[in-house]
Design a protein around this ligand. Structure first.
Ligand SMILES: C=C1C[C@]23C[C@@]1(O)CC[C@H]2[C@@]12CC[C@H](O)[C@@](C)(C(=O)O1)[C@H]2[C@@H]3C(=O)O
Ligand code: AKG
Ligand code: FE2
Length: 330
């Protein structure tokens, strides 16, 4: 298993809860996609938490395992070799820094751009090399199944909200021009945490910018979400399921009815965490504003209209924990 070389403690030693959660939150909603009336449960989950787990998702186990194996193979290359494919700007290989505005964490990652249904090779030069053939095919198949899963879930959300057309949200991420991203994260075990009661931030608190994020991780803990009252709770990992969260764009489309959930990852002293996240985003020129269909009688729009491109320009100037929607509030 890959371990980061030369840890720089001054940079990443941040006050967060202990690395081994004392307990896991038992209230995470579980949506079984094989059950026909899961839409109401899903809407409740988006309103209350902005976060839920899906089971019976139909994504083949073998495909998930193949991509995870390829990601681990990449992260196991020497640090010097990996650095040839970075720093992430925003795409490529990143290690210990997130974005360009001073955020740091105990992780390394690959941030890959998705171009009309497949991974853009220009987001990571490694993918142009003959040795990356099996990595590319796993990535493309995985992205295809994530698009389908995200679209299915977004259609269930529209059904649960009783709005038509059913593809009102899903068409945004299924668009050929949609600006979606795949992120492969590796949080190496941190030897400096072993036996101590301290902890480190793997990935600091943030909300995701897009409409929907579909996350799969191995069985190592670390993910935490913030509840309505601001309490942070740990999510029990489940490698067989997907965790889905509402992003800022969907919070806007639903006029704040769905919650873009704050989340973060705590580094583990003992085991590697590997996560793979698909972020379903809108096309660059897409106009984002609360859907009139969802505004009740006399209800005011909470956000002014803006384009995804405008949001992104501001987002890339922001820190991870910033509230990126504030500037669009009315
Ligand atoms: C600090 C940053 C990293 C981020 C871009 C940003 O300027 C603010 C949003 C960050 C985030 C969070 C969710 C995803 O992991 C991500 C890929 C995204 O779309 O927005 C990251 C961005 C990143 O790592 O570049
Ligand atoms: O690794 C995880 O579990 C969460 C990752 C995440 O929130 C992100 O990449 O935006
Ligand atoms: Fe996230």
């Amino acid at each position: 298993m890959a371990v980061l070389t030369k840890p720089s403690l001054e940079q990443v030693y941040l006050p967060t809860p202990p690395h081994r959660p004392r307990s896991y939150f038992s209230g995470i909603p579980v949506v079984d996609l094989s059950v026909t009336d899961s839409d109401a449960l899903l809407v409740n989950a988006c309103e209350e938490f902005g976060f839920f787990k899906v089971t019976n998702h139909g994504v083949p186990k073998e495909l998930i395992a193949r991509l995870e194996e390829e990601a681990i193979k990449f992260f196991s290359l020497s640090q010097m070799e990996k650095e040839r494919y970075g720093p992430a700007n925003p795409f490529g290989y990143g290690s210990r820094t997130i974005g360009g505005n001073g955020d740091v964490g105990w992780l390394e990652y690959l941030l890959l751009e998705i171009n009309s249904e497949s991974i853009s090779h220009s987001s990571l030069d490694f993918l142009k090399e003959p040795r990356a053939r099996s990595f590319c095919s796993a990535l493309n198949e995985y992205v295809e199944s994530m698009r389908k899963l995200a679209s299915e879930v977004l259609e269930l959300m529209a059904k649960g909200l009783r709005i038509e057309p059913r593809n009102i949200f899903s068409k945004v991420v299924m668009d050929e021009e949609s600006d979606s991203v795949l992120r492969l994260n590796h949080y190496p075990p941190c030897p400096l945490l072993q036996g101590l009661n301290g902890s480190m931030t793997g990935l600091g608190e943030h909300t995701d910018p897009q409409l929907i994020s579909v996350l799969r991780s191995n069985n190592t803990s670390g993910l935490e979400i913030s509840l309505r009252d601001g309490t942070w709770v740990s999510v029990l990992p489940d490698a067989e399921s997907f965790f889905i969260n509402v992003g800022d764009s969907l919070q806007v489309l639903t006029n704040g009815r769905f919650r873009s959930v704050k989340h973060r990852v705590a580094a583990n002293g003992y085991e590697s965490r590997v996560s793979m996240v698909y972020f379903g985003g809108p096309p660059s020129g897409e106009r984002l504003a609360p859907l009139p269909l969802l505004l009740g009688e006399g209800e005011q729009s909470m956000y002014r209209e803006f384009t995804w491109c405008e949001y992104k320009r501001c987002a890339y100037k922001s820190r991870l924990s910033d509230n990126r929607l504030q500037q669009f509030e009315m």
